[in-house]
Design a protein around this ligand. Structure first.
Ligand code: HEM
Length: 396
């Protein structure tokens, strides 16, 4: 297996073919001089929990694009996000952000997602058809995060589009044009949140930005640029991951009508169905790590400097953990789904993501029970790391 094969469009259509191929080739596959790929649940989970398999962001930018690119504001901005940091910087920033981004109170989040989701459906229910991606799944998480930041609803589409342009920066196949657009999106978001922080400093409220401004740990506080970068992180980490996951779940259920019927008859099955859809067809397909030291893991040796591609989708289809992994079984009990990652970088927003997905499925099942995707018009995106759709036409 060579690295470029991971990006083959045939796998966007059917990633199960890729998973099978990875599993056939073994738990840890050498894919080049200093590149290894794993789709083994045990190895992926072990490496996510191993601090020697860490992040090396600016170095990876230098390798991919050249030295001069590493100084671009967009890459320097991303470098201030705790997503790409190692301990101890990661723990410091994640700790300060987590103090405010507490989603322990899950009930208000559920209510908020139901309100936002129902309002989106109100706008198109009389039409009998819509693009579910554009009119429901994409706006939903952006509107929620805007509410958490106490921003006007009218700004949500602008910030959502900017977040979508910026997140492409993590796409291994990014084009020059997309790189330029990602840079513009970053500077747009940077300006917007910089001004917002200044105005909230003068007028502290109960919103997330105000909480970040006030967040403190033993006298340590978040700096202006750190707040900007990590608010942008919440947008890019929480938007297309969730939107695409809602679309993947709708498609998975419609392609498995018996499971869909079960769900329609008993909405208590929704939380289990959400986890199973995350396992079956995850929006986040792969994570990257670099071996910061030599690593011995489950009988395999990884040399320092090796670039590691951890294929979450394949790990979620590993028969060592999941029986009949290609079957969607919303009552499945076994195995730990790795779609939210693991270890110190485990998804900060997973409770919010689950609340959003559960609310989305509940709303669609109750308000549009006869909804059918127009399968021949569904457009899969062709991105190797973030699996989803660019259009999901449906009718009812
Ligand atoms: C990290 C998946 C939704 C915020 C991650 C990681 C994964 C992931 C796999 C680990 C990245 C790594 O190890 O490099 C998902 C999926 C989602 C989702 C599948 C939706 C279905 C959200 C939401 C938010 C969010 C709604 C917040 C608004 C974050 C943040 C991190 C993260 C801040 C970085 C954590 C760290 O580095 O310590 N997510 N995510 N995610 N996620 Fe999510």
């Amino acid at each position: 297996m060579k690295l470029h094969e991971l990006m083959d469009p045939q796998y966007s259509e059917n990633p199960f073919l890729l998973y099978r191929k990875l599993h056939e080739q073994g738990p840890l596959i050498r894919a080049g001089e200093n590149v290894m790929i794993s789709g083994s649940h045990a190895i992926v989970e072990a490496l996510l929990n191993d601090r020697r398999a860490g992040k090396n962001y600016i170095e990876s930018v230098r390798l991919r694009f050249g030295d001069e690119f590493a100084e671009m504001p967009v890459f320097q901005g991303i470098n201030r996000m705790f997503l790409v940091m190692n301990p101890p910087e990661h723990a410091r920033l994640r700790g300060l952000i987590m103090k405010s981004f507490s989603t322990k109170e899950i009930q208000p989040l559920r209510e908020m997602t139901l309100t936002v989701g129902n309002a989106l459906v109100d706008a198109f229910i009389d039409r009998g058809s819509c693009d579910l991606a554009k009119e429901f799944a994409f706006p939903l998480p952006v509107q929620i995060i805007c509410r958490m930041l106490d921003l006007p609803e009218s700004i949500a589409p602008v910030l959502g589009d900017a977040a979508s342009a910026l997140v492409k920066i993590f796409d291994p196949q990014i084009t020059e044009i997309d790189l330029m657009k990602a840079g513009e999106a970053f500077s747009e978001l940077d300006d917007y949140f910089s001004n917002l922080i200044i105005s909230r400093q003068e007028n502290i409220g109960n919103d997330l930005v105000s909480l970040f401004i006030g967040s403190e740990n033993d006298g340590d506080r978040l700096q202006h640029d750190e707040i900007i970068a990590n608010v942008i992180l919440l947008f890019i980490a929480g938007h297309e991951t969730t939107s695409n996951m809602i679309c993947n779940a709708v498609l998975a259920l419609h392609n498995n009508p018996l499971e869909l019927e079960l769900l329609k008859q008993d909405d208590a099955l929704i939380p289990g169905a959400v986890i199973e859809c995350l396992r079956y067809d995850s929006s986040v397909q792969m994570l990257y790590r670099t071996a910061l030291e030599d690593i011995d893991v489950l009988g395999h040796h990884i040399k320092r400097g090796t670039n590691l591609f951890l294929i979450l989708g394949a790990a979620n289809h590993d028969t060592a953990v999941f029986s009949s992994p290609e079957t969607l079984d919303i009552r499945r009990k076994e195995g730990r789904c790795l779609s939210f990652g693991g270890g110190i970088h485990h998804c900060l927003g997973y409770r919010l993501a689950l609340a959003e997905m559960e609310a989305a499925l509940y709303i669609l099942l109750t308000r549009l029970p006869t909804m059918q995707p127009l399968m021949s018009s569904v457009k899969r995106n062709l991105r190797a790391n973030l699996r989803g759709v660019s259009a999901l036409p449906v009718k009812w």
